[in-house]
Design a protein around this ligand. Structure first.
Ligand code: IVH
Length: 707
């Protein structure tokens, strides 16, 4: 795990220097991605929902203040993580989204304000929202064709989930056949959950059978739905609330959110009775209070209230920002707290060598969940809170599992408790761990990092995991556990070893198929998966190298710009030997600033990296960039909007153009491809003429992009 500053104590976002923002954002991305894996893939979250929300919020806030970071999106390109291997996969025709969060009345007001601004909706014009409980279960998409239940899938990573049709058929409240007038195809989405009473009864049964109890109803529901044996699911009473939909054919039964939910009810689907249409911020807040008041007696867990724009045409106009719709937000309930004892502090080492302290706690129940770990973020955080081993601490969580350490209860400090001394040696390899100084600010980096690079086993395994991971080489069957095992046995210690594994195995007396957990079939599959990746796409290759600050988007940009690893290498190596022109070429690439360029140059300036790269190239033939999402008539073009737009707000125009793959610029230059001009356009129109740039009207824009 990489270290990250504590968002609760970190500098206000508007006071961050760009470099600080970038570092913190990257660290947050890494950490959030890891939590996504634990939560979605392993059903074993290690932090509370509210902690997660704090991270996510800080992440979003930094991105909002430093939009250039968007180009570095790394591990967070997807919502959640990939499904466990055991179920068949289902690709969602319409992605299953996540919700942005709000935490106060004020923020609800700001949400409404943002929606109004985006739509250019004046104060006096009414806009309706729905308010409904946020159910603490797991989301599920159920496809009905001609009213018949055909297929049901979990969310998975939002793009691809697991086929849980057989299990969903066992849920009594979900109809096999919908009633009345139903669109020919509709994917109903909602939450599968377990009631509090059923959860308690299930845990009593688990204990009677000497099986481990579930931590909370959400985990119980997830564990029950994701059972390979539907008979087990059938024995676990699950329930469902419908609140959204994905793909649909034919006319929808309504043109509002509230109408759609009512129609689901008429079709025989369970819908939440606390769903209300509100036409003012005051009403939205009142509904939150009402739901909060009813929370203890609902009989099922909820962790907040969801607000959605009611008018579907407006939802459509608002669209999404990366993972969540602009037209909805979740107002979360505040976190719960408890006291416990800090037993120890563990230091974990991440891919970049960052040392992250993890608090080992005397297990304690916080809001119904047993908590035994919490991240302490970094050295400064421990010092600031003066957290000492043996201290009684206040831990906080909400909705789900592990916590944040809020503070130390000083009166309870045992005599002789010593201030914690953060190790200066890497616990994985014993090398020095240092805090680099930022040459610009002269301040120490938040993270202390092991200096050993790939010689450090912790870093080497983390980098190998990254190399083989889904968004990089995506080698099926070479997951974290396998890499750790192969590394420990010296079979894979560097990326190139992956590609010689089959050949070495053929010569070896100790065959892989005889290893524990393997057999002839799984080994054959693994070798095939590796073989297939000899033709990995260039962007995945570049991403897999694990160059600091080079996330998926930057990797794509590099791949697109250079077209081959040789060319990238040549320019970066020249730049590292003080080649100004080469450096300028890097920073000239859209979205690559001096910091990213610096780490690319550093990477290619390291002899051992070049050696590894050469070795790899002996086995690989990278293919050109992956095709970019469906081409549109304006993809790759630079567009400028000017003058008054009548059919859309400026923000909306920008979002639309970007969705279609165009880049929106504020000024016209010879690099501009298209100017969309409304009435009153002034100097930009003149600039367009000067540079011979095509100018079209707003209507022509819509014609061109297909309505
Ligand atoms: S709407 C496009 N409504 O919260 C928005 N989600 O953080 C789709 N959830 O993945 C979600 N209750 O699992 C919506 N009434 C509700 C919800 C709800 C619970 C969950 C859902 C979603 C997550 C987003």
């Amino acid at each position: 795990m990489s270290a990250k500053p504590d968002p609760l104590r970190a500098l206000p976002v508007d006071q961050l220097m760009p470099l600080e923002a970038r570092m913190e954002w990257q660290a947050l991305a890494d950490e959030i991605a890891q939590h996504d894996v634990l939560y979605h893939q392993k059903d074993a979250p290690s932090i509370s929902d509210s902690d997660y929300d704090v991270l996510r919020r800080r992440f979003d806030a930094i991105l909002a203040a430093f939009p250039e970071l968007q180009n570095e999106a790394t591990s967070l390109a997807r919502v959640g993580a990939k499904p466990a291997e055991k179920f068949a996969k289902v690709r969602h025709a319409v992605p299953m989204l996540s919700l942005a969060n709000t935490f106060s009345d004020e923020e609800v007001g700001e949400f409404v304000e943002r929606v109004r601004r985006f739509l250019d909706w004046p104060e006096e014009r009414e806009i309706a929202f729905t308010a409904e409980p946020k159910i603490d279960g797991l989301s599920c998409s159920i496809r009905y064709e001609k009213g018949q239940l055909k297929i049901a899938a979990t969310r998975g990573d939002g793009e691809e989930g697991e086929d849980v049709t057989a299990n969903v058929r066992t849920i009594r409240s979900i109809p096999q056949v919908l009633r009345g007038d139903v669109p020919p195809v509709i994917e109903v989405r909602g939450e599968v959950y377990m009631s509090t009473a059923d959860f308690l009864a299930l845990n009593t049964r688990q204990e009677a059978e000497d099986k481990p109890p579930f931590a909370n109803p959400r985990n119980a529901a997830a564990g029950s739905l994701r059972q390979l044996d539907p008979l087990i699911t059938a024995a676990r009473p699950l329930r469902f609330f419908a609140y959204a939909w994905g793909a649909a054919e034919g006319d929808l039964p309504s043109d509002t959110q509230s109408g759609m939910v009512a129609a689901f009810g008429t079709m025989g689907l369970p819908v939440n009775p606390l769903t209300k249409r509100c036409v003012s911020v005051e009403e939205m807040i009142a509904q939150y209070r009402l739901i909060e008041e009813k929370r203890p007696t609902l009989g099922y867990d909820i962790d907040g209230v969801v607000y959605k724009v009611d008018d579907l045409a407006l939802q459509q106009r608002l669209g999404c920002i990366s993972r969540s719709p602009r037209w909805a937000t979740a107002r979360k309930f505040p976190a719960e707290q408890a006291r416990t004892v800090l037993l120890d502090i563990d230091i974990q080492v991440g891919r970049t060598g960052a040392l992250t302290p993890v608090a080992k706690l005397q297990p304690i129940t916080v809001g119904g969940v047993v908590v035994s770990n919490a991240t302490l973020h970094n050295e400064d955080e421990i010092a600031r809170k003066d957290v000492r081993v043996g201290d009684t601490v206040i831990v906080q969580r909400a909705g789900d599992v592990i916590p944040q350490i809020v503070s130390v209860v000083l009166e309870k400090r045992p005599a002789g408790a010593k201030p914690y001394e953060f190790p200066h040696l890497c616990p994985a390899c014993g090398s020095h761990a240092v805090r680099e100084t930022d040459p610009k600010t002269g301040e120490a980096e938040v993270a202390r990092r092991c200096t050993a690079g790939l010689i450090c086993p912790a870093q080497a395994t983390e980098r190998l995991k990254h190399f083989a991971s889904r968004n990089a080489f995506d080698i099926e069957g070479l997951g974290d556990k396998q890499i750790e095992g192969f590394y420990a046995d010296g079979l894979i210690t560097r990326p190139r070893d992956i590609f010689t594994l089959a050949e070495r195995d053929a010569r070896s007396l100790k065959k892989l198929k005889d290893r524990e957990g393997y057999g002839a079939v799984s080994v054959k599959k693994l070798f095939e998966a590796i073989e297939a990746r000899r033709n990995v796409t260039l962007n995945r290759f570049v991403f897999g190298l694990g160059i600091r600050h080079v996330g998926e988007t930057t990797a794509k940009q590099l791949a697109r710009h250079f077209g081959s690893i040789e060319k990238l290498r040549e320019v970066a190596v020249t730049a590292s030997a003080d080649g100004e022109a080469a450096k300028a070429e890097l920073t000239g690439i859209d979205g690559i600033g001096p910091i990213v360029a610096g780490s690319i140059v550093d990477f290619f300036g390291e002899a051992h990296n070049l050696e590894e790269l050469d070795a790899l190239m002996a086995y690989l033939t990278p293919e050109a960039m992956e095709a970019v999402a469906a081409a549109s008539p304006v993809s790759g073009k630079t567009v400028v909007f000017t003058g008054a737009l009548e059919r859309m707000s400026r923000d909306e125009a920008k979002a639309m153009a970007e969705r279609l793959g165009a880049k929106v610029s504020g000024s016209v230059s010879k690099k501009t491809d298209l100017v969309v001009a409304g009435p009153g356009a002034g100097s930009k129109l003149a600039d367009a003429k000067k540079h011979g740039v095509e100018v079209i009207s707003e209507d022509e824009w819509f014609e061109r992009v297909g309505g």
